[in-house]
Design a protein around this ligand. Structure first.
Ligand code: FEO
Length: 402
């Protein structure tokens, strides 16, 4: 599939999708070897066009060309902004310039301040409230605010006649799907990338997911087609992505899944973790393992994403300079914000000459209100005694699940 997809996906409604394979760290933070797409949409009507969102500014030239392949930008009469994060609004200044000063911009009232703050522009702006409707060119657009998915100004647009919902970040995912719609790809694989996007980008506001989805139902929004601003579009089974978002928002676990994450400089922690994994497998669990070791460093976004639909967590850490290993510290700081703290957690900590990481992390995890069932801490070597303590700790972990 080409890097740019321009496709009419409903009567007069065009997808403008670009694949970004150059961004290594999304938001300069989350490593995404899987890539990402930016999806904007353009609706043609007899009275002019309506543009929904845009692309990252790096792709400004390509975006202007994509829009121009459908309509001259001067024929855009309305621009709808679902979300002002610059991965979607980066092309806005150029589009405002090309559309001309009469173009009407629609968005959450707070977006107006962000347009001024981020781009120094003051277009003709219509701040929308829940249930506001724009009728234009024979089309009807219903706007509903969806705050904190992912910024405070986020909103969605519903076309009630066509039952099409444009959702910005919501229901989006990382990766560059080989097809446009859910019926064209293996959604089970894609959902892993959608979960990672949800947890890393929206996870801090996870309690807002269920609230905002309930709010959409109050407006009788029952979409046949869901069009997010990243990743796959949903037309065969839109309920699948809605249910997945609800599950990730509430931390619903998959039976038997345990996420194991550890740091190990010289494989002493790894040996201890191998004992824990062996015990978990003996008890019928399926551990998913992420590691920070000398040969590889797994992505923290993948690790916290796996935690969200796990039944429990095993965390192994090195002691480093009388403190917690730095990558583990970063991991825990993100767990605190994005992982459901009620999940049972077993901590395994190793030290060379003085215990520090175990003590400090036990305190920190307690402050975060994680259900820390046990801390197993010992000097480097996994002795028969320490092995017995690890297996005992795993027993407590399993007991906290059942
Ligand atoms: Fe895809 Fe919150 O931006």
């Amino acid at each position: 599939m080409s890097d740019i997809v321009i496709q009419e996906i409903a009567d007069g409604l065009h997808l403008l999708r670009i694949s970004d394979t150059k961004t290594r760290f999304f938001e300069a933070l989350w490593e995404i070897p899987e890539g990402i797409t930016y999806n904007a949409y353009l609706l043609e009507t007899p009275e002019g066009a309506i543009l929904f969102d845009g692309w990252k500014r790096n792709f400004e030239k390509e975006f202007v060309e994509a829009v121009s392949s459908i309509v001259p930008p001067g024929e855009i009469k309305h621009i709808v902004i679902h979300h002002m994060e610059p991965d979607h609004s980066g092309t806005l200044p150029k589009m405002l310039e090309l559309a001309g000063e009469d173009v009407q911009v629609w968005g959450h009232p707070f977006s107006q301040k962000l347009i001024e703050g981020l781009y120094g522009k003051s277009p003709k702006f219509n701040g929308v409230k829940d249930g506001n409707i724009l009728e234009f060119g024979g089309k009807k657009l219903l706007f509903v605010q969806t705050p904190w998915l992912h910024w405070p100004e986020t909103m969605v647009t519903y076309l009630p006649t066509e039952r099409i919902l444009l959702t910005g970040d919501i229901f989006g995912g990382y990766s560059i799907p080989s097809g446009v719609f859910d019926d064209q790809v293996d959604t089970s694989e894609y959902l892993t990338f959608a979960r990672k996007y949800t947890v890393t980008v929206i996870g801090h506001y996870k309690e807002k997911i269920g609230k905002n989805i309930s709010k959409l139902e109050k407006f009788d929004i029952r979409p046949k087609m869901i069009l997010p601003a990243h990743g796959l579009l949903w037309r065969e089974d839109p309920d699948q992505i809605v249910q997945a978002y609800l599950d990730w928002g509430s931390g619903k676990p998959k039976k038997g899944k345990i996420t194991v994450v550890y740091s190990s400089m010289y494989r002493f922690v790894e040996k201890a973790i191998e004992v824990a994994v062996d015990e978990l497998k003996k008890q019928g669990f399926k551990p998913v393992i992420h590691r920070f070791v000398d040969e590889r460093r797994d992505e923290i976004g993948d690790a916290i994403s796996d935690m969200v639909d796990s039944e429990a967590i095993v965390l192994g850490t090195e002691t480093y300079e009388s403190d917690v290993f730095p990558y583990t510290e970063f991991l825990v700081s993100e767990m605190e914000k994005k992982v459901h703290f009620e999940k049972p957690l077993l901590l395994i900590a190793i030290f060379g000459w003085a215990g520090a990481a175990g003590k400090k992390l036990t305190k920190k995890l307690g402050e975060c209100k994680f259900d820390l069932v046990d801390t197993v801490e010992f000097k480097g070597l996994t002795t028969p005694e320490s092995e017995a303590r690890i297996r005992e700790g795993v027993g407590k972990l399993i007991g906290a699940i059942r």
